[in-house]
Design a protein around this ligand. Structure first.
Ligand code: PMP
Length: 354
């Protein structure tokens, strides 16, 4: 019997997100932090306490976690929705509002994968030559296709740059001013916001009803916990909350994230180290002949080489794993900023391979 015949056509033609585990000495492929946000004296005993309560379901509303996050972000708990990573929240958003789903390309692949999984139409608009939003094409496509959801990853993965705030604002205002109700929700995915000082959008959630901000703890040292958040108008939050699975974030993740967020100094100092290392790494990469690194507002650097597949394979042979984006951004690889030692190994091996 052919199981394929049972599968919905949109799933049959879907390619699963590729999260292959490749053994390596220096892992710089997945935009994780090289520093663990969970390191903390005393957390051992607190974790032991949580283990004693694991016979109970977790708090379905994650109240303690949302309270501390609300304080950190300067918003109210009613404006926050918690997800098992922001991936899950993308799923919930598309489930709630449907498509078409519009996003620029290249960008984070999960917007397209989830839209297709849910059988929604995808509208992809290429970025301009500077990797910024092609505003005329975006507005024309919005007018034509009337997307229910627009995803803007800013800073953008994999290009690393922050989109023009003015262009993002134009998209928000354009879709909001549509009669009799907003044309689209605009989701500004700020997964990499901690690595740039340039976010202007969180304070605007109160002003624009169709603006949704997405954040994650994954890039600041807690990827293993799987925790992401939406920050939006309470009405949007309440609707998306209807499709959320009741216990989507487990008790250990809730408790450990709540503790980690209390220790903001450590998280902030790790972020500062990554930003400073990113600048050191970028300067060093600029001096290497035969490659073009692109400036980054995130915790990774996109760079162009003459033969991306060969350089990727060469680095891997030497134990350094980066992301090969040749099929997405021609000739490009992406390296995550690691510890100073890891970055030195990467630079040394890159020079050898070239
Ligand atoms: N958004 C962007 C732009 C990302 O790059 C990623 C992770 N690669 C995510 C969201 C997903 O983050 P999470 O780990 O919270 O699911």
């Amino acid at each position: 019997m052919d199981i394929q015949k049972l599968v919905k056509p949109n799933i049959r033609s879907l390619r699963a997100y590729h999260a292959e585990e490749i053994p390596c000495k220096v892992k710089l492929d997945a935009n994780e932090s090289p520093y663990s946000g969970g390191r903390d004296e005393g957390s051992g005993s607190r974790v032991k306490k949580i283990l004693q309560t694991l016979n109970r379901y977790p708090d379905p509303e994650a109240k303690a976690l949302k309270k501390i996050l609300a304080g950190t972000l300067g918003v109210k708990s009613e404006n926050i929705l918690h997800g098992n990573g922001s991936d899950e929240l993308i799923y919930y958003l598309i489930t709630t509002f449907g498509g078409p789903v519009l996003y620029p390309t290249p960008t984070f692949s999960m917007y397209g994968i989830i839209a297709q999984a849910l059988d929604e139409k995808k509208i992809e608009i290429p970025l301009d030559k500077k990797f910024d939003l092609d505003i005329d094409k975006m507005l024309a496509a919005i007018k034509k296709h009337k997307p229910k959801l627009i995803f803007l990853s800013s800073p953008n993965n994999p290009t690393g740059n922050y989109f023009s705030s003015e262009r993002i604002s134009r998209i928000i205002k354009f879709t909001l001013s549509h009669n009799p109700y907003p044309l689209s929700l605009v989701v500004v995915d700020e997964a990499y916001q901690p690595f740039t000082g340039k976010s202007k959008f969180l304070p605007l959630v109160g002003k624009y009803k169709n603006l949704v901000i997405m954040r994650t703890l994954s890039k600041i040292g807690l990827a293993g916990l799987r925790l992401g958040f939406l920050i939006a108008n309470a009405e949007v939050i309440n609707e998306v909350n209807k499709v959320r699975l009741p216990f989507n974030v487990n008790a250990l993740s809730q408790a450990i994230a709540t503790e980690a967020l209390k220790n903001k100094n450590q998280i902030c100092s790790n972020i500062a180290s990554i930003i400073s290392e990113r600048e050191t790494l970028f300067r060093a990469m600029k001096t290497i002949g035969g490659i073009t690194p692109y400036p980054s507002d995130a915790n990774f650097i996109l760079f162009k080489v003459n033969d991306a597949d060969r350089v990727y394979g060469g680095l891997l042979k030497k134990g350094v794993l980066v992301r090969n984006l040749n099929s997405v951004v021609k000739g490009c690889l992406r390296v995550t900023v690691g510890t100073p030692e890891e970055n030195k190994v990467f630079l040394k091996m890159l020079k050898q391979v070239l």
